[in-house]
Design a protein around this ligand. Structure first.
Ligand SMILES: [Zn+2]
Length: 73
């Protein structure tokens, strides 16, 4: 009693667009297979960074400190 077993489940890997069968515990089905997981995370991260940079490159509304002015005192 009470032995928790991981069952092989078949799911669709979103990164490689292929079906894969892996052992996973109960819960939500994963979105990527083990082979593509790292790659998918990296791709997602790159997209996030890209979006972040795009946002930062937008119209300048904030105050910008003039360069080359040493603080005195
Ligand atoms: Zn995959």
């Amino acid at each position: 009693m009470g032995t928790r077993q991981k069952n092989p489940i078949t799911f669709w890997c979103e990164h490689g667009s292929h079906e894969v069968t892996e052992e996973h515990g109960p819960g939500q089905a994963p979105r990527y297979c083990a082979a593509h997981h790292t790659e998918a995370q990296r791709a997602l991260n790159a997209l996030r960074v890209k979006a972040h940079r795009k946002r930062q490159k937008g119209p300048r509304t904030g105050f910008e400190r003039p360069p080359g002015r040493p603080r005195k005192g």
